[in-house]
Design a protein around this ligand. Structure first.
Ligand code: FAD
Length: 442
């Protein structure tokens, strides 16, 4: 069978949040782009459904926010926890300096369907589903394209100025490019499942810690998306103890679930997320760049994975649109993307590693938990809820779509002007006083 051959300027591997957003932005800038996705649709249950204010602000800047929010979703304005019998509010998103001051919980496939449909309106955007990339093509050191397989096993070669690996935590692209991965030990895994929600249940995201267990309950309307944090690689051991033991663990850590734990009649709907924390030492090679989970797998702590992937896509598009239009992307330009995004990734992963340590302490204490005084004191610090809301909802070094006039810019200019006026007023008053003083002395 003869291979098919296609040509494009930019070939994006993977139609997840990073790939579709990057494809959208590059096509919007007039660059021919082909996105390859190995699956036939975007349907994946429990896949990063937490669309944070930083991502919603990007959608606002693209003029897509209003239509995006027509998709059914839940709004999370605050996030809190229950540590033993101590209830606390942790993050408050209601005062963030963005247009959507909440986390939108919406199925990732809805988000991707929406964005890819919008991207198709650009004549330079092409999305090829059921195309699995299996290798890279090279000329010397330079990556010149990819080899993909279609459902019947037929191969297609796609030549490109630049290949962008957005193919997630098990990236085939980074493996083929032999990019070196640094892995960090993670002591936890997560079990995701559903449990019904009743009126009167906590309205927002709630982490419950007690009796050596940690359970996250995310309000999804008529059900909770529940995440039981377990010790790494302990799922098989948990299964061997039986479903009744699992149900009673849930009841113990969140007693208000009551008889609803009986809804779990089978292990089948319980999905294991093997948590990983890693990042590439170098995100690029001549002709190739990796972003999103392909460059750095995130822990689910804080629900930031999809949002960091989007931030990478925005930064990469801002830096690469012009060079791609000219048709030349030197490796130094690709290095700028890593330089821009590595710091936020490192900081976020360090914070996630701290959270993992806290969870290990919870596992070590099988009895009723007492909230530490440090937690109680910290929750009383004025502004702490806003600061946590900012750290989770917006994060480190938020990215903005290039060329869009932003409210925050106007704010910054206003704050700058007020600052300058204030400093000038103080300086003028000081000068006047010193002149007056000098006159009296003379
Ligand atoms: C079970 C689970 C639950 C999660 N929960 C959360 C959460 O609540 N909040 C959160 O923010 N994050 C969560 N995450 C993480 C989040 O989903 C990712 O961080 C985010 O989706 C990363 O986006 P991405 O585009 O980089 O990669 P991905 O979303 O992984 O997308 C990669 C895409 O590439 C495709 N692909 C892979 N290999 C190939 C290939 N060879 N050829 C072509 N296409 C390919 C895949 O099919 C996929 O569509 C979760 C992840 C998992 C696995």
């Amino acid at each position: 069978m003869q291979d098919d051959t296609l040509e494009t300027t930019c070939c994006v591997v993977g139609g997840g949040p990073a790939g579709i957003m990057f494809g959208y932005l590059i096509a919007r800038a007039g660059v021919p782009v082909t996105v390859l996705e190995k699956h036939g649709d975007f349907f994946r249950d429990f896949r990063g459904d937490t669309v944070h204010p930083s991502t919603l602000e990007v959608m606002y800047e693209l003029g897509l926010l209003e239509d995006l929010l027509k998709i059914p979703h839940q709004k999370v304005q605050e996030g809190g926890g229950r540590f033993g019998d101590f209830d606390f509010q942790a993050a408050d998103f209601r005062h963030l300096p963005v247009h959507a001051k909440f986390i939108a919980l919406m199925p990732q496939w809805d988000f991707l369907d929406f964005l890819s449909e919008r991207a198709k309106q650009f004549p330079t955007f092409r999305l090829l589903m059921q195309h699995e990339v299996v290798d890279l093509t090279r000329e010397g050191e330079r990556v010149t394209g990819v080899v993909a397989r279609r459902p019947g096993g037929e191969a297609v070669r796609i030549g490109a100025q630049l290949v962008v690996g957005c193919d997630g935590r098990h990236s085939a692209v980074r493996k083929a490019a032999q990019l070196q991965l640094v892995e960090f030990g993670v002591p936890i895994d997560v079990l995701w499942f559903r449990i019904s929600r009743r009126p009167g249940d906590p309205p927002d995201v709630l982490g419950n810690a007690n009796y050596g267990k940690f359970l996250i309950l995310i309000n999804r309307g008529d059900y909770f998306q529940a995440g039981m944090i377990i010790r790494k690689d302990s799922f098989e051991e948990l299964k061997s103890r039986g479903l009744e033991h699992f149900r009673s663990s849930l009841r113990q850590v969140a007693p208000y679930l009551g008889d609803r734990v009986e809804e779990i009649q089978d292990w089948e709907p319980i999905k294991l997320l093997t948590v990983r924390l890693d990042r590439l030492r170098r995100w690029y090679r001549p002709g190739l760049l990796c972003i999103g989970d392909a460059a750095h797998a995130m822990s689910p702590a804080g629900g930031v994975g999809i949002n960091l992937a989007i931030q990478d896509a925005v930064a990469a598009a801002n830096i690469l649109s012009s060079p791609l239009r000219i048709g030349s992307v030197p490796a130094q330009t690709l290095a700028l993307v890593q330089r821009r995004r590595e710091f936020p990734v490192r900081l976020t992963q360090a914070a996630q590693a701290r959270i993992h340590l806290g969870l290990v302490r919870v596992f070590r204490n099988p009895g009723p938990l007492e909230a530490p005084w440090q937690l109680k004191a910290a929750m009383r610090i004025p502004g702490i809820h806003f600061a946590l809301g900012y750290a989770i909802g917006i994060g480190v070094r938020p990215e903005h779509v290039a060329g869009v006039r932003r409210r925050s810019t106007v704010w910054r200019q206003f704050a700058f002007a007020v600052g300058v006026a204030f400093v000038s007023a103080v300086a003028v008053t000081a000068l006047r006083r010193s002149f007056r003083c000098a006159r009296t002395l003379l």
